[in-house]
Write a protein that binds this ligand. Structure first.
Ligand SMILES: Nc1nc2c(ncn2[C@@H]2O[C@H](COP(=O)(O)OP(=O)(O)O)[C@@H](O)[C@H]2O)c(=O)[nH]1
Ligand SMILES: [Mg+2]
Length: 202
């Protein structure tokens, strides 16, 4: 995937609030806070500071939309489950994220991030359950694999795949530090945008 253009479209702040017109296919990125989502997005689009808007204080609880190459829209979902905020506050992501996911027929897939070093949290499992209810294709990216040895990381990826009942084809090992998995992720996102049944473009 070569990024020819990238345009920030704006934020969705509340369930049923503003969102971009549903003209283009969308792919959303989800994960708990600190899982490495901003770093992954910066790597994916090869633009340092691309995700800056999503880290501006006060804007981290919105969904941020970016138009890529005039062909698809990337939705950066708010990070959830930050340990140091209250339980009520932690649950705020649910109506917005669930409203977006269930109310976006142009959504072609969701990239769900999990940290290689941790078992999925309760919030991760809620999210994965919800995605399977919605029936949208899911790619699981296992982040920060550089934090472990190659053998340990591979074992963790296998364990997570088994634990979550995923198809190994759905799971990508990724490091924003080394760039491992970047091209595989880009290809997977392109495949989602095309739709699983569409023939690959040459
Ligand atoms: N070693 C390593 N650290 C990472 C990687 N990705 C993110 N981090 C670090 O993890 C922390 C959270 O990353 P960030 O991208 O802001 O996570 P976000 O909250 O999900 O957007 C930061 O300190 C990053 O430098 C990675 O692939 N490898
Ligand atoms: Mg972030």
């Amino acid at each position: 995937m070569i990024i020819r253009s990238l345009e920030y479209l704006g934020p969705m702040a509340t369930r049923g609030g503003w969102r971009p017109p549903a003209e283009l296919p969308e792919v959303a990125f989800a994960g708990r806070s600190n899982v490495g989502k901003s770093s992954l997005l910066n790597r994916l689009v090869r633009r340092k500071g691309f995700a800056r808007v999503s880290t501006t204080p006060g804007r981290t609880r919105e969904i941020h939309f970016f138009k890529v190459n005039d062909t698809f829209v990337l939705a950066d979902l708010p990070g959830y489950g930050y340990a140091r905020i209250s339980k009520a506050r932690r649950a705020e992501w649910r109506p917005l994220i669930e409203g977006y996911l269930s109310g976006s027929p142009q959504l072609r897939g969701v990239v769900q991030l999990l940290d290689v070093r941790h078992d999925p949290t309760g919030d991760d499992l809620v999210m994965l359950d919800f995605l399977s209810d919605v029936g949208v294709p899911v790619i699981v990216v296992v982040t920060k694999v550089d934090k472990l040895s190659a053998a340990q990381a591979a074992a963790r990826v296998t364990a997570l795949t088994t634990q979550l009942g995923l198809d190994p084809e759905q799971v990508i090992a990724f490091s924003a530090r080394t760039g491992e998995g970047r091209d595989e992720l880009a290809a997977a996102v392109e495949a989602l945008v095309r739709g699983a049944d569409a023939p690959p473009t040459p």
